[in-house]
Design a protein around this ligand. Structure first.
Ligand SMILES: [Fe+2]
Ligand SMILES: [Fe+2]
Length: 212
């Protein structure tokens, strides 16, 4: 099943939709925390601060949309309030681990340079995904006549991607090569995340049918 079909099934069920929004919120919050954690104690510029602030706002915005689904719950990020909680939690951490190992072994980076280089590549790969995923979700929301919109997030993620490319070009001698590595790793993690969402959504619908 393609991603759009999975989202159509999610958006049709208030509980699944609420947990989906909460899952996105958790991942955005995780991204904001990772950006802050990779900051140097002194060398912090406006772009990094803006990026961390906007990812934190995305987390807040997404959580705030949950009430519009009509489902009451998802106050926290406990596993039962998310979709595919294990894969969703692991997604960013595993990408970070793979990219850090690569930069250490292939580019001999360490210390703060390693932290910063990982921040660049991991965030770049996530921004490429965000630029694909949020517009698909927006299309599904529109088709269902939902009052929820991702317009603000879509505009900001586009800006992030451009900023990441500028920062990568300044830091790496050959950023497209390293960027390709990060995209390849992200694609694998995304595929397994997507598959586990599909399984979970399928089980939810099967349960509904059993109860009917
Ligand atoms: Fe974001
Ligand atoms: Fe972003």
């Amino acid at each position: 099943m393609d991603f759009k079909n999975i989202l159509e099934q999610i958006v049709t069920q208030p509980e699944l939709h609420a947990r989906w929004l909460n899952t996105l919120s958790m991942m955005e919050n995780c991204g904001a925390r990772k950006i802050s954690a990779s900051e140097h104690s002194h060398d912090v510029d406006l772009i990094v601060l803006k990026h961390a602030a906007e990812e934190a706002r995305h987390a807040y915005y997404l959580k705030n949309q949950i009430s519009k689904t009509g489902f009451d719950g998802c106050e926290t990020y406990h596993p039962g309030t998310l979709l595919s909680p294990i894969r969703s939690f692991q997604y960013l951490h595993q990408l970070d681990t793979h990219v850090s190992r690569y930069l250490k072994e292939q580019c001999s980076l360490d210390g703060h340079e390693l932290k910063y280089g990982s921040y660049l590549l991991v965030t770049y790969a996530i921004e490429v995904r965000a630029d694909d995923l949020y517009p698909i979700y927006e299309e599904v929301l529109k088709a269902k006549g939902s009052s929820i919109t991702m317009r603000m997030i879509i505009v900001e993620e586009k800006g992030h991607l451009e900023e990441m490319i500028e920062q990568m070009a300044r830091f790496f001698q050959d950023w497209p090569k390293h960027g390709e590595f990060a995209l390849g790793q992200e694609k694998q993690l995304f595929e397994s995340w997507k598959n586990s969402l599909e399984v979970e959504v399928g089980k939810y619908y099967a349960n509904l049918q059993e109860m009917a």
